[in-house]
Design a protein around this ligand. Structure first.
Ligand code: GTP
Length: 319
């Protein structure tokens, strides 16, 4: 894994690591493989896209991480300078704590795809010494390219930023985490997966929220049947094939995009009740990461299981 090796090499010159996670999945965006790379470095955990998650998650997340000895936890929205400036404050504090050791300070942004690393780098430049755009950003994962050099983001104390973020593949301990990461854009979609994603999103909206997605999408009634839902949505948005049949792929993409753009309001997909958090950490400490193949198999098994449960539910409803 070249990315990992490169990151490890680069890490030698870095004093402070900005570990970026997604505020909509505060637990599922934790990557325990980072631990080995970051070992011994100062770290600040940055939950980005905080504007897309409810503010009420911030204290439980801070408490959960403090319990695990992570005390520097920030929530950012890269469009708001003030929130990004908090990162520079942490760097400044570190530099001031030991000016002999840190006559200058080097910081680096790392995180899984699409979490907003490049946006964060641009925002740090913007809020630091007001330089323009450095890194490309994009709505799809994988836009970050190697540019690697250091840019100065603060004059005094001198703080430098490695301008290539470290990209790590997400850590996927189970299929549900895979769904959450994919929903937030951390794994590339393909059409087959998108169907499952849309089904999972609908399930979440029905089961865990009071969001009136019908009026947001302009459809007539709620349903947990994904086919019926996509028919309604497809007709509403005019996603029709020749002959008048609904283009469900288009309807799926519309639905997923609406979620990613925050059209359903601020949502968190992880359960942050203390017992659920404890369970999450217990499980993720125990489990070794699945290979891509294993993860796909596990995902398919979960799909089959859910389809089976749905069928059972339907047959138990019918007279
Ligand atoms: N709502 C919201 N969107 C954000 C925020 N930060 C970044 N984005 C959006 O998220 C998408 C991905 O941002 P990037 O900065 O390209 O993410 P990245 O981590 O560098 O992505 P890769 O190149 O895939 O590794 C873009 O569409 C950004 O506009 C944020 O704080 N809030």
């Amino acid at each position: 894994m070249a990315g990992l090796r490169e990151m490890r090499d680069q890490m030698r010159t870095v004093d402070l690591v900005i570990e970026t996670r997604d505020a909509r999945i505060p637990l599922s965006s934790i990557n325990k493989q980072f631990e080995q790379i970051i070992k011994g470095k100062h770290r600040v955990i940055v939950y980005n896209k905080a504007d897309l998650a409810p503010i009420s998650i911030q204290n439980p997340v801070r408490e959960a991480l403090a319990k695990r000895n992570h005390h520097k936890v920030l929530f950012t929205n890269t469009n708001v300078n003030k929130s990004v400036r908090q990162i520079l404050d942490v760097a400044r504090e570190l530099s001031a704590s030991d000016p002999i050791r840190y006559p200058e300070l080097s910081i680096m942004v790392i995180g899984m795809p699409n979490v907003g690393k490049s946006s964060l780098i641009n925002a740090l430049r913007r809020t630091g010494i007001n330089r323009g755009k450095a890194a490309n950003t994009g709505a799809k994962p994988g836009v970050t390219r190697a540019l690697s050099s250091r840019i100065r983001v603060l004059e005094s104390p001198p703080i430098y930023l490695v301008d290539t973020p470290g990209v790590m593949i997400p850590y996927i301990p189970d299929p549900i985490v895979a769904l959450k990461v994919a929903l937030t854009g951390g794994i590339k979609d393909n059409i087959a997966d998108e169907n499952v994603l849309a089904d999972y999103l609908l399930f979440r909206l029905n089961r865990f929220t009071h969001i009136d997605y019908c009026s947001i999408l302009g459809i007539s009634q709620p349903t947990d049947d994904i086919s019926e839902f996509l028919q309604m949505l497809g007709r509403k948005i005019g996603a029709l094939r020749q002959g008048g049949e609904t283009d469900t792929d288009k309807a799926i993409q519309f639905f997923l995009r609406a979620f990613r753009q925050g059209k359903f309001g601020q949502l968190c997909l992880d359960d942050l009740e203390p017992h659920a958090v404890d369970e999450f950490f217990k499980r993720s400490m125990e489990e070794a990461p699945l290979s891509k193949n294993q993860a796909q198999k596990a995902k398919r098994a979960a799909q089959r299981q859910r389809a089976l449960q749905k069928a059972q539910k339907r047959s138990s409803r019918s007279p």
